[in-house]
Design a protein around this ligand. Structure first.
Ligand SMILES: [Fe+2]
Length: 464
């Protein structure tokens, strides 16, 4: 383990409950220049891991050794076209992703399932397994030989901590356009069904309750007539509704029920739960899913407009669907522009109260602070980092022995552009406004990142 400097109150504030490995990533570090134009989603996935144990904090990082990364390392250059490039720019004819001719960089998300870390790619690809402690390469998920290698799997697989199941989806540009599946706690695929959609869509995330999975059909998607010409341009269609599909967790294709809502695009859901006859889903409603070009315009401006959550006017929102009457309702839960909300995962799929979301640097894909939303009272508590300091999504680490949902620590990794360093920063979830209660400097400044997760030590292979 790398040596790290620990200061602040780390050692005095995590005395009895430091059995808290924190995993973060995957973050993106491009190893080779883009063929034409780099997009922040193109970088190679790197996992950063911070663990708390026996009064000490340790840190480790490692690239995810994807097939694409290894091929580009051997070639010494980029071989696949990135998100802001035309697929025809790729030097290789093959590739991954719903668009095709992309590199699966396993750079979007990381979760812990069946005892190991699993990194994923937003456009669908392989799922890469890493030792949760050493980050050693453990190969790809095979799920007993049943992994859907033809389409891959999207980022934002969901782990139900109470059942050990992993829920997932994938999407493609050919019918039936969407699949949903379940992997059991033993890491075997036990359910995989096609879901019909009106056309190709771009779902990024899903949600679940104790009894249902929630899929989505949002009216922002690649124009079908352009796809036929090999072009992939996302356009918003406000004349179409946003649709949420509720399917029993082991339901067949005919069991999904669709509910219509105000048009929007939702990048991330926060949580979902059942409330009587209603399924309640919380996520971030975009008031402006297709903003005008940011900054100076041109290709860069067109790219950045889809990256800044303030431009997209993303706000915490609640959607309700009555499974008996079919009635729906929806409302904003906050006026603040936030996204990337995390929760105490012990409340995943169940009634919950708090989410911890990020605020962004206006116009940028950088997080400059966090907001604790209380969905019961509407109360919000926020913390803003000093200018030039940016954080990741927070991992929520429940305090061992704690009973309250927010009796937990929030753990984030920062990028400090003023002092050219990175830190692991810890907050008390119950007192976000107080600011960090502990911090540990990492050996080097890391690239800014987004998604993260936290997992308890006893859920990790090799921890005991
Ligand atoms: Fe995401």
């Amino acid at each position: 383990m790398a040596d790290v400097e620990v200061y602040g109150k780390m050692l005095s504030t995590l005395p009895d409950d430091d059995d808290h490995p924190y995993r973060s990533g995957a973050w993106r570090h491009p190893l080779h220049p883009a063929i034409v134009r780099y997009h922040p989603f193109d970088g190679d996935g790197m996992i950063h891991k911070v663990s708390f144990r026996d009064g000490k904090v340790s840190y480790r990082n490692r690239f995810v050794r994807t097939d694409g990364l290894l091929a580009e390392q051997e070639a010494g250059r980029s071989l696949w076209a990135g998100l802001a490039e035309n697929p025809s720019a790729a030097l290789r004819q093959d590739g991954w992703g719903a668009r095709g001719r992309m590199k699966d960089a396993a750079s979007t998300d990381v979760i812990v399932h069946a005892g190991v870390a699993v990194a994923s790619f937003y456009q669908c690809g392989d799922l890469y397994r890493l030792d949760p402690l050493t980050l050693d390469d453990l190969g790809k998920c095979s799920w007993g030989g049943s992994f859907p290698s033809d389409l891959g799997v999207s980022a934002h697989t969901k782990v139900d901590g109470r059942t050990g199941e992993l829920l997932f989806f994938n999407y493609s540009t050919t019918a039936p356009y969407l699949h949903y599946g379940v992997v059991d706690a033993g890491n075997h695929l036990v359910h995989y069904v096609p879901i019909d959609l009106p056309g190709p869509r771009l779902p990024h995330d899903m949600a679940f309750t104790e009894h249902h999975a929630i899929l989505n059909d949002m009216p922002l998607f690649w124009e079908p007539d352009l796809i036929a010409r090999g072009l992939y341009a996302a356009r918003y269609h406000p004349e179409l509704p946003a649709r949420l599909g509720v399917i029993p967790r082991r339901g067949g294709p005919g069991d999904i029920r669709w509910f219509e809502f105000e048009p929007t695009y939702v990048l991330h859901w926060v949580n979902a739960f059942q409330d009587g006859d209603e399924v309640v889903v919380d996520g971030f409603f975009q008031g402006c899913p297709e903003p005008a070009a940011a900054g100076a315009g041109g290709p860069e401006g067109r790219m950045w407009r889809f990256l800044a959550q303030d431009a997209m006017q993303a706000r915490l929102h609640r959607w309700r669907m009555n499974l008996v009457t079919g009635a729906t309702s929806e409302q904003d839960l906050s006026e603040a522009c936030t996204e990337f909300g995390t929760i105490n995962s012990g409340f995943g799929g169940r009634p919950y109260r708090y989410t911890y979301a990020a605020t962004n640097e206006p116009g940028w894909f950088l997080f400059n602070g966090l907001v604790k939303h209380d969905t019961l009272t509407g109360r919000e508590e926020s913390y803003q980092f000093e200018p030039g300091v940016f954080c990741s999504e927070v991992g929520v680490a429940p305090r061992v022995g704690g009973a309250e949902e927010d009796d937990a620590y929030l753990v984030t990794l920062t990028v400090d552009m003023n002092r050219d360093l990175s830190e692991c920063v810890v907050f008390r979830a119950g007192d976000v406004g107080r600011g960090p209660i502990a911090r540990a400097q990492l050996p080097e400044r890391i690239a800014s990142g987004t998604h993260s997760c936290w997992a308890p030590g006893d859920s990790l292979r090799g921890w005991a």
